[in-house]
Design a protein around this ligand. Structure first.
Ligand SMILES: NCc1[nH]cc(CCC(=O)O)c1CC(=O)O
Length: 308
């Protein structure tokens, strides 16, 4: 029986995801173990992600372990993967995506964003912050970093009235009881990759092993959607710290990709939807639409604001 060493961050969410990959591998006849590490993104909690600077603060250390052969594969939330990845590593599988939308969590079950009351909303994502300012400018966004358990504690301590999170993580961590509102995908369009788990390995990993891991874990429909979303991100050079977003769905054989760029203050929003069949080309076309409508200018302003 083949044994697979899975590298992962050591947050509860990451460990859940790594075990999920492990179970998929077990069903295909593998055994597995987890090698869990704490990354820079997990350790530096006093600054927002966009200010830590380098892209991939959650992924760098695991990439080194892949190169040095300390692990066979690494699992990442697909959302946390930078658009440009090192060429000696590759993504070989994307797990079936669960519901990709964002949710509102609060201790007050009746809390909704569409209220005149001015709420304090915790979020660490520039995309959610910008959407919030765009659609609900009456509220105040407050910085909220740390793993999901830490954030729930902060909510309970009264740091904010509510917080915005990805449904996928909330569901995996059994925190759904605190959801007071499910946000529409068409309104708060999700981040690229949200809801799926990606498997990364060294290009030098044994080809037949790669194929078996892929057969056990990859969900082909999800993969098509993520390739389109990641192609868009690649063209716009977005990382998890910039509010470039994209979400694709598969309808029969055609892909429908919605993507956009938001200014940090939420005042400018450029968003398009395109239909296509080839994921990479679709992402490229949509990026072209966005650029032709002024996306680069918004992105330059955001970068200047984040890294003065
Ligand atoms: N950046 C943190 C992160 N990375 C993946 C998820 C949720 C799970 C997923 O999207 O697959 C989260 C938490 C959040 O954004 O609420």
């Amino acid at each position: 029986m083949q044994h697979i060493r899975i590298g992962t961050r050591n947050s509860a969410l990451a460990l859940w995801q790594a075990n999920h990959i492990g179970h998929l591998l077990e069903m295909a006849g593998f055994s597995y173990e987890l090698m869990a590490i704490s990354t820079k993104g997990d350790q530096v909690l006093d600054r927002s992600l966009s200010k830590i600077g380098s892209k991939g603060v959650f992924t760098e250390e695991l990439e080194t372990m892949l190169r040095e052969g300390e692990i066979d594969i690494a699992q990442h939330s697909a959302k946390d993967l930078p658009s440009h990845l090192p060429e000696d590593l590759e993504l070989i599988a994307y797990t079936e995506r669960e519901a990709a939308h964002d949710v509102v969590l609060s201790l007050d079950p009746s809390l909704r964003l569409d209220t005149d009351k001015k709420l304090k909303i915790g979020t660490s994502s520039t995309r959610r912050r910008a959407f919030l300012k765009h659609f609900y400018p009456q509220h105040e966004a407050v910085e909220m970093r740390g793993n999901l358990q830490t954030r729930l504690e902060k909510l309970k301590q009264g740091t904010c009235d509510a917080m915005l999170l990805a449904y996928a993580g909330v569901h995996r961590m059994d925190m759904s009881a605190y959801i007071t509102q499910h946000l529409e995908i068409a309104q708060f369009v999700p981040a690229v990759g949200q809801g799926s788990v990606a498997i990364q390995c060294a290009v030098t990993l044994d080809p037949s092993l790669k194929e078996q891991i892929r057969a056990a874990c990859n969900h082909i429909e999800t993969e098509k959607c993520l390739l389109a979303e990641r192609s868009l991100l690649y063209q716009l050079e977005g990382g998890c710290s910039v509010p470039v977003y994209g979400h694709a769905i598969l309808k029969e054989d055609s892909l429908q990709l919605t993507g956009g760029v938001l200014s940090l203050n939420g005042q400018q929003k450029i968003e398009f939807t395109q239909i296509g069949t080839h994921p990479e080309i679709l992402g490229k076309h949509l990026a072209g639409d966005l650029v032709n409508s002024g996306a680069r200018k918004i992105l330059q302003a955001i970068r200047a604001e984040l890294n003065p």
